[in-house]
Design a protein around this ligand. Structure first.
Ligand SMILES: N[C@@H](CCC(=O)N[C@@H](CS)C(=O)NCC(=O)O)C(=O)O
Length: 236
């Protein structure tokens, strides 16, 4: 049954950080109103609710704004700890989860962006090499943190599942557009299983934006950049 909370989410299509928050709202069965933000023409609501960073997502709980996706995820977990708990209970496990989430957002994710926007093949190969190394490290972390379970959170979707899972649509997009497996059967067999389990989870599948949304987002990025190589253009 949906939880009765006064929640609004300010977001934009294709943003992994917004997707992450949507995962948790849905896993916890929280009703909310979605407000679409135009990042090319930022609204008064965004500028006043998140004046320092001016980024989505912003969650409003009883009209109080909260920004930064990881902060929002933890906040939701704190106010509704008994409905689909997200963070592990053990403090050491929590610390490991938070540390890896920090790595994913500040190191690994920027490599994905670097790969996507790299124009010459040398820069692309360099970004690819970094991503492959990062995915190998995430595979090791998965083996350790999942404790034999299907997800990073064990038998249930947990913190790192929503943190990394919000990039699943982008991983798929990379396969289609660039022919590049960010996580790969030969190199990352456990993460490939994890990816399949995530896609077959009803909540996760229902929240990940469509291929079309990723394509439009990518085209918007391209609009600001010099032309892409022909073999990539042909797939767009
Ligand atoms: N660390 C932030 C990142 C949020 C973020 O980068 N949001 C992007 C959309 S994907 C944004 O609002 N960008 C607008 C801008 O940079 O001006 C979080 O986790 O919430």
């Amino acid at each position: 049954m949906a939880q009765k909370c006064e929640m609004k989410l300010l977001g934009s299509c294709g943003s992994p950080f917004v997707t992450r928050v949507k995962f948790v709202l849905k896993l916890k069965s929280i009703d909310y109103e979605y407000i679409k933000e135009d990042l090319a023409n930022k609204s008064e609501l965004l500028l006043t609710s998140n004046p320092g960073l001016q980024k989505v997502p912003v969650l409003f709980h009883e009209n109080e704004p909260i920004s930064e996706s990881l902060v929002i995820v933890e906040y939701l977990d704190e106010i509704l700890p008994n409905v689909h708990p997200i963070l592990p209970l053990n403090p050491l496990d929590r610390a490991h989860n938070r540390c890896l989430a920090y790595y994913i957002d500040t190191v690994y994710c920027p490599w994905l962006k670097r790969f996507m926007l790299a124009r010459d093949s040398k820069k692309k190969e360099e970004a690819k090499r970094l991503i492959i190394g990062g995915s190998a490290m995430l595979e090791e972390a998965f083996v350790k943190l999942s404790k034999g379970g299907t997800f990073f959170g064990g038998d249930e979707i947990g913190y790192l599942d929503v943190v990394l899972g919000c990039y699943l649509g982008w991983f798929k997009f990379f396969r289609i557009i660039f022919g590049f497996n960010v996580i790969d059967e030969a190199r990352n067999p456990r993460l490939v299983q994890w990816e399949k389990s995530m896609w077959s989870h009803e909540v996760i599948r229902s929240v990940i934006p469509s291929d079309e949304i990723y394509m439009n987002f990518f085209k918007m990025l391209l609009g600001f950049l010099p032309p892409m190589p022909m073999h990539v253009r042909a797939r767009i």
